[in-house]
Write a protein that binds this ligand. Structure first.
Ligand code: TMP
Ligand code: ASP
Length: 235
């Protein structure tokens, strides 16, 4: 399997065409950004860790009935995936208050939410990924009402699978962001990644943060947190 034309370069990954129109190659990078690209850096080993963690988590989700774009790992930092058109949506679930919801609504970090909060953001860097709702999505033709329903149902199911999966590994899943895509034959699948870049992970016993907040907030031992999270997922 060979990388052909580069289709896209994002902040943390590159996507390449292959000689099969139904398959892309994703290359994970060590580059890290925060606050919509305002803060830039690099986390040594992150590309390899996020590639491997996404492989393990997506395989586990597939086994539990969630369709994903993942096909197979190609190397430490590359994976083969189904070619999809990504919905320009960031789909967020929050089980515990942290990050932007605390700033926006004055909630205390660590507040356990009575029910998960579901949010959509419009994936658009120029506008800072603003939060939107179903009505915006349908009006702007980002997805249809039926597609929104599929995405919402799958996201809640994914949360119901991920919470106990990580809890068994001593991790509280505080919140996460996922993305969905549509394959060439029209199936909606989980795409992108599930990693410390895209989730908040707190150690169950100590509440230690084991995710990208260590980079965002200069908490130190960023690399160590990524290494620890891969170890937990591999256990
Ligand atoms: P937030 O609290 O900053 O809105 O983040 C919610 C979750 O989404 C958190 O797990 C981090 C993740 N996230 C991304 O993956 N990409 C992003 O661009 C942002 C802002 C958050
Ligand atoms: N806001 C993203 C994050 O903190 C990264 C970025 O937008 O530059 O995960």
């Amino acid at each position: 399997m060979e990388k052909l034309e580069q289709l896209y370069e994002g902040k943390a990954k590159k996507v390449f065409k292959t000689d099969n129109p139904n398959e892309f190659i994703i290359e994970y990078k060590d580059d890290a950004t925060a606050f919509n690209g305002e803060k830039k850096g690099s986390i040594v080993g992150k590309g390899v860790i996020n590639n491997k963690m996404t492989e393990l988590v997506f395989n586990m989700l597939e086994e539990k009935g969630i369709p994903t774009h993942f096909i197979k790992l190609l190397s430490d930092s590359e994976q083969l995936v189904k070619a999809v058109t990504i919905f320009p949506l960031e789909v967020i679930i929050r089980n515990t208050a942290a990050g932007s919801v605390c700033k926006r609504l004055g909630l205390e970090e660590g507040l356990k939410l009575k029910t998960p909060i579901f949010e959509f953001c419009y994936k658009n860097d120029a506008f800072g990924d603003p939060m939107i709702n179903d009505s915006h999505i349908i009006a702007m033709e980002l997805a249809t009402a039926d597609e929104i329903e599929t995405i919402r149902d799958m996201t809640y199911k994914i949360n119901d699978i991920l919470k106990p999966y990580f809890f068994e590994k001593g991790i509280n899943l505080i919140d996460f962001k996922i993305e969905f895509g549509k394959t060439n034959d029209g199936q909606i699948v989980l795409a992108d990644e599930i990693s410390p870049d895209t989730c908040r992970f707190w150690d169950v016993k100590t509440n230690e943060k084991l995710d990208k907040d260590r980079f965002r907030r200069d908490l130190g031992n960023v690399e160590g947190a990524y290494v620890e999270m891969l170890k937990r997922v591999q256990s």
